[in-house]
Design a protein around this ligand. Structure first.
Ligand SMILES: [Zn+2]
Length: 132
């Protein structure tokens, strides 16, 4: 577990997160994850600290409105999403693209877990993942 720093593109939003990148990252094929090519590291809410930009953040919810997608209202970058997993409880999923000091070598070495969110199937990965 290491502390990393992340931000949106314009720098209005800044955060820290304690991440064990070796534990892996996630991608998902649901409608919003596909559109923004969501690639995230999942942490407990206690491991996430918003340092700056609360006023700049906007939140988007859809469908069941269970998950919040938090993006900068100025530059539009989705920096993290929040939700509650039936198995693991509340979580924060920080987008790996918004991490400023995650070494690329560590990121690409981490395993990726794929979710079939499009079919609300959180057990088995989707058959096709190359476009995610
Ligand atoms: Zn921004």
């Amino acid at each position: 577990m290491k502390t990393y720093h992340g931000s949106c593109h314009c720098g209005a939003v800044r955060y820290e997160a304690d991440i064990d990148i070796g534990a892996g990252t996630i991608k998902c094929n649901c409608t919003i994850c596909t559109k923004m090519r969501f690639w995230a590291a999942v942490v407990a809410p206690s491991a996430f600290r918003l340092r700056q930009g609360e006023a700049a953040l906007r939140e988007y919810r859809f469908h069941t409105r269970r998950d919040g997608h938090h993006f900068c209202g100025e530059c539009g970058i989705n920096v993290f999403s929040t939700g509650e997993s039936p198995s693991a409880g509340p979580f924060v999923a920080v987008t790996v693209g918004s991490l400023d000091d995650m070494p690329v070598d560590d990121l690409v070495a981490a395993p990726v877990r794929y979710f079939d969110g499009r079919n609300d199937n959180w057990v088995t990965p989707p058959a096709e993942t190359r476009h995610l």
